[in-house]
Design a protein around this ligand. Structure first.
Ligand SMILES: Cc1cc2nc3c(=O)[nH]c(=O)nc-3n(C[C@H](O)[C@H](O)[C@H](O)COP(=O)(O)OP(=O)(O)OC[C@H]3O[C@@H](n4cnc5c(N)ncnc54)[C@H](O)[C@@H]3O)c2cc1C
Length: 463
């Protein structure tokens, strides 16, 4: 029987393991963490559930949704979100609503935005200004005034670099609106289809997003698959253009697994850094240095109060506050906190090992509580407890020129016959969990001979 080693027990790796184990493959999942789910895991503490930031399941793939509903049964809820942008002491509904914008600003601001947009549209046509950077992309479509008000501070806080240095690919993938005209149509209720940003309802398990992946893990085991937690992948064993095995470390000891296939969902840069100098081209040093990830530190606060506000989450673009988003998990599922209590998750962007990543717990807590107070959320006397989670590889950064570096690495890996790189960090793609799961199922199809490797690679590396 073929042995397939899957590096990473997140949404992508577990979906591949589920499909392959169901179809008779000998599957071994190697996961560095002590629990399953990767970026979609849920941490349970004193009766509270905390995701890594907020997660919601949305997909246009009915087959995928049916599979998950069947697996979860009554444990999958349909929730409705309310989200907002807190800016200059005001709270704007998000997605934007016409009445709200007029109520919160004034005609001068709205007219200014429209005139600026009209000017940019004409200027763009005359000058043919390209969409190279994220800043170009937004200004070309929304004008300077909206860019300065809603996007500039938020993007530089989130990414840690100005949007003039980020590729427009991120916007093209993430900002579902075409331009200001599209916004106006939507505000008047005339928008055509419903992009992800506008979806109000979503699926969410009773006890946190990680529950989906805990259930999938159980299925893999029932099918005879082996899931090894607290196991860190160390290196590939290559021979004659193929992987013949892998080495991982568990409890300080190296172990070897011989295999016929490897699916890697761990960060592509980490995978390649494990190779010997003789195995990889020296030309990889620059791509490996250039493909960077943005990290997140999450402050999880347990609160002795039934509710904080009405929002599922709130964006905080203003650079003077340390967090980019505030989440109230109970708004996704009432089971995320015990009766009469609630909690908050603050998403704090940083780089691995920088000042914020390393800030002492109590200092950062004090800073966050002060920021919350200034934002009108006074919980000082209501905190039951708090703890942090950190994610080193939260967001792949689409820095200008990243694509050429990525293509160099991916095409080298594709030259190895029996390895597939997949998933968000595996392919350095800013994707959501539904897409990560689809990628896992697709990788399983390749291994079962139902799809060619070339077909899969083309689907996910080209846009
Ligand atoms: C703050 C935030 C909010 C998000 N919100 C949403 C949302 O609302 N909806 C949505 O659909 N998506 C959301 N996403 C995206 C979603 O989390 C990802 O698309 C999805 O989890 C990616 O799954 P993956 O399996 O590809 O990668 P990962 O989840 O990163 O899985 C990779 C796994 O590999 C493991 N690993 C890494 N290195 C090693 C090693 N050396 N050895 C062994 N194991 C290793 C990791 O521990 C991890 O478990 C969000 C992401 C973030 C950061």
């Amino acid at each position: 029987m073929d042995t397939v080693v899957i590096l990473g027990g997140g949404a992508c790796g577990l979906s591949a393991a589920w499909e392959l184990s169901k179809n008779g493959k000998n599957v071994v999942v190697i996961e560095a963490d002590s629990s399953l789910g990767g970026l979609c895991k849920t941490i349970r503490y004193k009766g509270f559930n905390f995701d890594l930031g907020g997660h919601r399941l949305i997909s246009k793939n009915d087959g995928l949704l049916n599979k998950i509903s069947e697996l979860m049964g009554d444990e999958l809820l349909v929730s409705e979100r309310i989200s907002a942008i807190r800016l200059n002491g005001r709270e704007f509904q998000y997605p934007l609503s016409a009445g709200d914008i007029l109520k919160q600003t004034d005609m001068r601001f709205v007219t200014g935005c429209l005139m600026d947009y009209a000017f940019q549209s004409i200027y763009k046509r005359i000058k043919h200004r390209p969409d190279d950077s994220l800043e170009d992309w937004i200004v070309n479509r929304f004008g300077n005034m909206l860019y300065d008000t809603f996007f500039k501070d938020y993007t530089s806080k989130l990414w840690g670099i100005p949007s003039s240095k980020l590729s427009s690919d991120w916007a093209a993938e993430r900002i579902s609106l075409l331009n200001l005209w599209d916004v106006v149509l939507r505000l008047c209720g005339l928008g055509k289809n419903t992009p992800r940003t506008y979806t109000r309802t979503f699926f969410y398990p009773k006890y946190g997003i990680g529950q989906i992946f805990e259930y999938i893990g159980e299925e893999v085991k029932k099918n005879g698959g082996n899931i090894i937690l607290n196991a860190r992948f160390k290196r590939l064993l290559l021979e004659g253009g193929r992987v013949k095995g892998i080495i991982y470390n568990i409890n300080g000891k190296d172990e070897v697994i011989d295999c016929d296939w490897v699916i890697s969902t761990i960060p592509i840069t980490d995978l390649l850094r494990t190779l010997d100098r003789g195995e990889v081209n020296q030309g990889f040093n620059v791509p490996l240095r250039s493909l960077r990830y943005r990290s997140l530190r999450f402050l999880n606060i347990l609160i002795d109060k039934p509710e904080i506000g009405r929002n599922t989450w709130t964006y905080i673009p203003d650079g003077k506050y340390i967090m980019t988003r505030i989440q109230e998990p109970k708004k996704r599922s009432p089971h995320n906190a015990p009766d009469g209590k609630t909690s908050l998750i603050l998403e704090i962007p940083c780089f691995y090992n920088d000042e914020i990543w390393n800030m002492p717990d109590d200092l950062l807590f004090k800073r966050c509580i002060d920021d919350l107070f200034k934002l009108g959320i006074d919980i000082k006397d209501k905190v039951i407890d708090y703890f942090y989670t950190r994610e080193k590889h939260a967001y792949p950064i689409y820095q200008l020129g990243y694509k050429a570096h990525l293509e160099k690495l991916v095409s080298w890996i594709d030259g190895i016959e029996n390895i597939l790189v997949s998933g968000r960090n595996g392919l350095f793609r800013y994707i959501f969990m539904d897409r990560a799961m689809e990628m896992g199922f697709d990788a399983a199809m390749v291994i079962q001979g139902k799809r060619s490797k070339v077909e899969k690679c083309q689907k996910y590396t080209q846009k």
